[in-house]
Design a protein around this ligand. Sequence first.
Ligand SMILES: Nc1ccn([C@@H]2O[C@H](COP(=O)(O)O)[C@@H](O)[C@H]2O)c(=O)n1
Ligand code: CDI
Length: 163
Amino acid sequence: MDIRNLRTGLGMDVHAFAEGRKLILGGVDIPHHQGLDGHSDADVLAHAISDALLGAVRGGDIGKLFPDTDPAYKGADSLKLLAEVARYVRERGFEIIDVDSVIAAQAPKLSPHRDAMRENLARAMGVPVENVGVKATTTEHLGHEGREEGITAYATCLVCRER
Ligand SMILES: Nc1ccn([C@@H]2O[C@H](COP(=O)(O)O)[C@@H](O)[C@H]2O)c(=O)n1
Ligand SMILES: C[C@@]1(CO)OP(=O)(O)OP(=O)(O)OC[C@H]1O
């Protein structure tokens, strides 16, 4: 492998909490008194990872591929969008090597769901689960996450151009 073919990507996304919505993170339906608002299922983690991958291949961003004005994506399963992004990355000649992420959420406690999220994300991207990291942190009650107004997710990835 020629290291000059390596590319990194960085993604972040924020969604606000809303009553009467499900909380879907990494494709896991997490029990909570409120969920995240959005045009899609508002899976902020899947969106941040999608943007990291798109950034690494200079492929724009999730809103370019899946406009939030398009009724086709109303209530969309973001794991399916992530799988489409992974296919797009491969079509552009890149292999997905590694993905890491962190979710900033004051509540709920996310660590019990970590491995289920990793497995869903890995399956969607077609990579081994060992190559997908998910972490969680509170923001010590600071900012919109700390006030439980919303959740932020950050992701990085490493890809390699194969052809
Ligand atoms: N929503 C969250 C936030 C954090 N965790 C876990 O707790 C650990 C400590 O968090 P601090 O913000 O106090 O540093 C963190 O490392 C996570 O393991 C969590 O599960 N869910
Ligand atoms: C995923 C998409 C799909 O319409 O929907 P949203 O749930 O609005 O999520 P956001 O991260 O705000 O924008 C990306 C959109 O492409």
